[in-house]
Design a protein around this ligand. Structure first.
Ligand code: 5AD
Ligand code: SF4
Length: 449
């Protein structure tokens, strides 16, 4: 079989990163091996994100660059996959005629077949963007990890039915569909048997696993799924992302006391600290309801680290609404957050709302929010100084320093322990001595004794 080189550039979320891994695995048996550089690759795949206008602009500017390369190497093939592919479909060919293949979010399994069609001389400009209600990840055999990997993501559901008024995801990823339980457990068992020690369950809103379009084999809710995955012998850490607070159940909260390998970190996007804005966002919870859930989580697991997503400058957001967001930030004191300026997305309800907030005001609010978050993150990190944490080794930060992650998802640096040989995926206790905004530093606890 002819060997060719493949370069996949991934934009956006963890879901897309997982899809890119799957694409790479699907193309391996067709003779595609990873290329070191995009410019020299035989096949370039842009796995795209359209969550904000900026993410989409990045894709089109990279496609402009690729056009120049393709002029000197016409045999280079270019594919666009992911959310921009789903959203724009064949418009991409009109705007970027050098693109050979446009493949939507639910059609990635057809990529090998589509490449074969191009190889056989069928016309360029192949398009596959159908969205349907079926879960499209095939059973686990095709999805095994590379030999050295110790942490992996498992997709447990696709799509989203929540229709937050600002969000393009229901249009780009289709209806919410839970993956059959048996497939998830098969994949998790396979991964652990191959040496994986940490699993993150992945979906747009994992809290509603099993609720919408439950397939016959999926009689469980998310809390029950967590229990089943956690029972796999040899698994050391279990995480999940991402959650909509409206579906955060008491059963799920209790999992943080009942499941000892469930990591005490919860990413719970709130989006705004104003009830008026939350209603216009169609989030279906209030600030008080959200805080009640946060309190229950902290009652259950006082050491849980919370993070969130925030949108500033949603249409009609007043200064007072924004102050609500700042107040919420000071109430919860998130360990970290991702914050974004609102941007209109095609086909969303909020794109047609009036009272759009001025760009300058959005920038000013984002700066204020991020400045305060930075102060809080540093103060939160300092709370770990003089404590001892379990750290799973991820690699070397530099030749003298190991890098690992705490169960609370903090990055921790520490010098190699005397005499001990550490490998990626090993867990070691580290005594924390310093805290920065982005990481903690310490020494292996054994050395202290
Ligand atoms: N504008 C700005 N931010 C957005 N997000 C989603 N849609 C938009 C939009 N139209 C943010 C939300 C979400 C995160 C993944 O991206 O905060 O949680
Ligand atoms: Fe981007 Fe959302 Fe698509 Fe992920 S699901 S790639 S965040 S638009």
């Amino acid at each position: 079989m002819k060997q060719r080189s493949l370069y996949i550039k991934t934009f956006g979320c963890q879901m897309n990163k997982r899809d890119s891994e799957i694409i790479e695995q699907l193309l391996f048996p067709c003779g595609f091996l990873p290329a070191a550089e995009m410019e020299a690759a035989d096949l370039v795949i842009l796995n795209t994100c359209s969550i904000r206008a900026k993410a989409e602009q990045k894709v089109f500017s990279l496609l402009g660059q690729i056009k120049q390369w393709k002029l000197s190497r016409p045999e280079m093939r270019v594919a666009v996959t992911g959310c921009v592919a789903q959203q724009e479909g064949e418009k991409i060919f009109r705007r970027m005629p050098h693109v050979d293949l446009v493949v939507g979010t639910q059609q990635i399994y057809r990529i090998p077949e589509l490449i074969r069609q191009l190889d056989a001389g069928e016309t360029s400009g192949r398009l596959a963007v159908d969205l349907d209600k079926k879960f499209t990840i095939p059973p686990y055999q095709a999805l095994s990890p590379a030999p050295h990997e110790f942490k992996k993501f498992i997709t447990i559901m696709q799509g989203c039915d929540n229709y937050c008024s600002y969000c393009v995801v229901p249009a780009t990823r289709g209806r919410e569909t839970s993956r059959p339980l048996a497939d998830i457990l098969d994949e998790a068992n396979l991964l652990v048997a191959q040496g994986v020690r940490e699993i993150t369950l992945l979906g747009q809103n994992v809290n509603s696993y099993g609720k919408t379009n439950p397939v016959a084999e999926t009689p469980v809710d998310f809390a029950a799924l967590l229990h089943k995955v956690a029972a796999i012998d040899g698994l050391e850490r279990l995480r999940f992302t991402t959650s909509n607070p409206k579906d955060l159940s008491d059963e799920l909260i209790r999992c943080f006391t009942e499941i000892n390998i469930l990591c005490p970190h919860f990413h719970l996007p709130v989006q705004s600290g104003s009830d008026r804005v939350l209603a216009r966002m169609n989030r279906k919870y209030t600030v008080a309801g959200y805080l009640e859930k946060v309190e229950k989580l902290l009652d259950c697991r006082p050491d849980i680290a919370l993070s969130t997503d925030i949108i500033v400058g949603f249409p009609g957001e007043s200064e007072q609404d924004f102050e609500g967001t700042m107040k919420l930030l000071d109430t919860v004191r998130y360990h970290g957050s991702f914050s974004f300026k609102y941007s209109d997305r095609p086909g969303t309800r909020s794109a047609s709302f009036d009272n759009k907030v001025d760009e300058k005001v959005k920038s000013e609010r984002l700066n204020r929010f991020q400045k305060r978050q930075n102060e809080i993150s540093l103060a939160r990190n300092k709370e770990y100084v003089n404590t001892t944490l379990d750290i799973m080794v991820e690699g070397m930060a530099d030749p003298q320093l190991f890098q690992g992650r705490s169960t609370t998802n903090h990055i921790v640096h520490f010098p190699p322990p005397a005499g001990g040989k550490l490998q990626e995926g090993d867990t070691i206790r580290v005594h924390i001595q310093h805290a920065g905004r982005h990481s903690l530093t310490g020494t292996a606890a054994e050395e202290e004794i």
